[in-house]
Write a protein that binds this ligand. Structure first.
Ligand code: HEM
Length: 456
């Protein structure tokens, strides 16, 4: 923590990277524990590194020009890798996150209006309510150390369950979300094997068991969708209503119950934990640098007074937004993007062959020694001058046509909740309880984010 002396402030926690690329067995063992630890140190200094794990050739690309080629110019040649898709498919079917080609395009077009600025503003009262409820729970924790990761998971759960199944009639919303997350957690651990090209005969028992547990969840969601279809829009607009209305401009096609369910499940999988992690890391960083926290608190108190933040306040909270942006740089919830090359190509110095796994180690890109000043330091003010930052060196939400559809939604939610909490509470680090950055499918603070909570 900064101590006000002339010594440079230490940096917030970082993952220990590998000294050198690993062989198959070491990669397997390490990646099950923490995929960040298979990133070699060298990846922070070079535009690309290439290797082979068993028969699978792979590359890690950290060159903004080459990334632009993968995600924008030649996006058709770099579909999402089968490994990532096979983790998610049993949970979310051929939904937006997983689909390719025409099937992806129509779902993206159908869902896009639901995430427009206007609709995100219309859904913001749900975020404001969740922020208020979170602050009320934290009131009970004043004077104690609390695990803010659990609290942020509860807050973002309120939001995602209200925006997916707003009236919640007959859906066990907690069950749906818990079922999905248990599935993804178990399935992701084994599928890291596939990314690394482990042989097919290695046992993957978790995936089958996890898929069975999901069947109940799927049934409950389908029943809720059918009920809504029959009853018409609920009192409070939600994503289900918006998707029920969605129609392909050209063909008039509408989503089937299975497509609706898979996409709602996708929003829960892609949108709930990622936002909770971002908020938990942001609070960790605010406790790490109390000066930054104090400045953001002053701003939030001046704008909000005793209210929770609303859509109308978001534009007046730039310091909170910069904290979130810097949090997403240091701890991007989606720490790795993975694609499978379809054609021979060149990406910066890397020679690509069809079938190669091409990864963007977002965590490493965001701390690359050649791209960032003080790459491991927490400096929200670097976002004051964003023209100096290349669009393709900062990818918390990916980029190109497959960019996160929920990015605006997530930023709005994070600013609303963080500003509301900072205006009312002061968060301080608990000695000896720093979290450890661990990534399986998402980048989590292992051990939780334990902070002392007091009134602001
Ligand atoms: C801080 C929170 C979030 C982060 C860090 C995040 C990150 C990402 C990233 C990196 C991708 C691109 C993956 C790739 O190219 O391989 C992505 C895609 C996606 N995200 Fe998010 N996301 C967040 C919140 C949300 C929310 C709130 C929703 C929905 C409610 C959402 C829905 C999706 C969907 C549907 C896709 C797939 C889009 C497509 O392929 O067309 N995300 N997200």
């Amino acid at each position: 923590m900064p101590d006000g002396s002339e010594h440079p402030a230490p940096n917030p926690v970082a993952a220990p990277l590998a000294q050198a690329p690993m062989g198959l067995w070491d990669s397997y063992r390490t990646a099950r524990r923490n995929i960040l630890e298979i990133i070699p140190q060298r990846a922070l200094h070079q535009p690309a590194i290439s290797g082979r794990t068993g028969p699978q050739r792979w590359h890690m690309i950290a060159d903004p020009g080459a990334i632009r080629r993968m995600l924008v110019e030649s996006v058709e040649d770099y579909p999402k890798s089968e490994a990532t898709k096979s983790i998610l498919r049993p949970a979310i079917g051929e939904s937006l996150f997983v689909a390719e080609g025409a099937h992806w395009r129509w779902q993206r077009r159908a869902a896009a209006p639901a995430f427009s600025a206007r609709n995100v503003d219309a859904l913001t009262p749900i975020m404001t309510r969740a922020a208020e409820a979170s602050a009320a729970r934290l009131e009970e924790q004043v004077g104690r150390a609390a695990n803010l990761l659990d609290e942020m998971t509860a807050a973002t759960f309120d939001v995602i369950s209200d925006v997916t199944f707003a009236d919640g009639q007959g859906v066990d919303r907690t069950g749906v979300s818990a079922g999905l997350e248990a599935y993804v957690d178990r399935a992701a651990r084994v599928s890291v094997l596939d990314v690394l090209g482990a042989p097919g005969w290695l046992p993957r028992p978790e995936r089958a068991a996890a898929a069975r547990a999901l069947a109940e969840t799927t049934k409950a969601a389908d029943a809720a969708i059918e009920r809504r279809r029959a009853a018409g829009p609920g009192r409070q607009a939600d994503l289900l209503d918006l998707l029920l209305e969605a129609e392909d401009r050209d063909t008039g096609q509408r989503m089937t119950t299975a497509e609706l369910r898979d996409n709602l499940m996708t929003f829960i999988v892609a949108g709930h934990e990622t936002t909770a992690l971002t908020l938990a890391w942001a609070l960790y960083l605010c406790a790490f640098d109390e000066e930054v926290q104090a400045a953001a608190r002053d701003e939030a108190q001046a704008v909000l007074g005793p209210r929770a933040a609303t859509a109308a306040d978001v534009g007046a909270l730039p310091q909170t937004r910069r904290i979130i942006e810097e949090t997403l740089r240091l701890y991007p919830a989606g720490g790795f993007l993975s694609r499978t090359a379809q054609v021979a190509d060149r990406l910066g110095p890397a020679i690509i062959r069809p079938g190669d796994t091409v990864m963007i180690p977002v965590y490493g890109l965001h701390r690359h020694r050649r791209l960032w000043e003080a790459p491991d330091a927490f400096r929200p003010d670097r976002w004051l001058d964003r023209d100096r930052i290349d669009r393709f060196q900062y990818l918390p939400f990916g980029d190109g046509p497959r960019i996160c559809i929920g990015a605006r939604f997530a930023m709005q939610e994070a600013v609303v909740i963080l500003a509301t909490l900072l205006a009312r509470f002061r968060f301080s680090a608990v000695r000896g309880r720093d979290p450890k950055p661990v990534m399986i499918l998402t980048l989590r603070p292992e051990g939780g984010v334990w902070l002392e909570v007091s009134r602001a």
